[in-house]
Design a protein around this ligand. Sequence first.
Ligand SMILES: [Zn+2]
Length: 108
Amino acid sequence: MTTKCKVGGCSSPISPELRDYSLCLDHFLDNVQERCGGLARQLELEGFRNPLRQAATQFIVASAARLARIGTDNPPKNQLARGRLLNAMLLLAELRERFDKAAHKAGA
Ligand SMILES: [Zn+2]
């Protein structure tokens, strides 16, 4: 089993919390950020749909749990990474709020 990040050219080690993602913390955070942006755009373009909300909720819950675990069990040593971790949590919370608002508007 690989213990290196799967992103090409990246040789950062993977922490045990992210082994099943095969991503280092930096690239995991990039991934969370991109998917948050992608889901928000999809919501905007396609409008509220329950399957999209379910996909978003699953992603939010899984990612938030993972981030919380890293934050408590294995918090990054450098300030920048800690800031990025907190920012990713915030993005997830914002995304959830977007979907909640859209659901409310759609009467779902
Ligand atoms: Zn990486």
